[in-house]
Design a protein around this ligand. Sequence first.
Ligand code: ZN
Length: 238
Amino acid sequence: MITQFLHQLIDPVLDFIYPPVCPVCGEMMETYVPVCHGCQLLMKNQINIRHHQSGDFNHLDGPFFLNDVITFWQYSPKIETCIHLVKYQSRKKLGDFIVRMLNESIQSLHLPYPDTIMPVPLHPRRFRERGYNQSQIYAGAISRITGIELNNRLLKRIRYTQTQTRLSAEARQANVRDAFTIKRFSHMQNRAVWLIDDVITSGATINSCAKACRDAGASSVIGIGLSRPQLYDPAISP
Ligand SMILES: [Zn+2]
């Protein structure tokens, strides 16, 4: 209560001295919002729901373990900036804001709600280095909006893997093969799962997570990512 009162008192003064700036386009804003009105409009207009079927992941070796993979944006400079701000600068409020922006699109899918939502996990060592897991920010926000149970602990990354950014599809797949496991199989039996990640590129990571869920008895696994590059060409995409 006192904190709220102090904020009401101090924020206008701070806004006057340091006017809030949109972290995406750098424009000054009148009040503090995670991104300016113009960027919000553009981001909303760029929403493009896509279902990526197994055929879109033909470059992966072996079975595909996901029932569906859904993304909401193709990569654009604004979306990339937002995703990087959440990933590397811990902008949790921005992550929550992005999910609120996507809520209408999520509801428009008319997907049956799963039993549980799980973020693609970081290895504990990477989690300590970064201090948070950006996918957990999005998964937490989806859980709060939908009321679906969030489980941050069941799916574990058991191998510390190098960053995928500059790897080919084959190397990505080798990098994350058997990198994930379910801690308690009994908690996954016959459960429907949504796996949440920020960017889905080759699909190797989310497929490896889905395999761990399926091995532990999950009844269905749907991958939900914020963004996927428009044309994923394993030969040229990073
Ligand atoms: Zn802006």
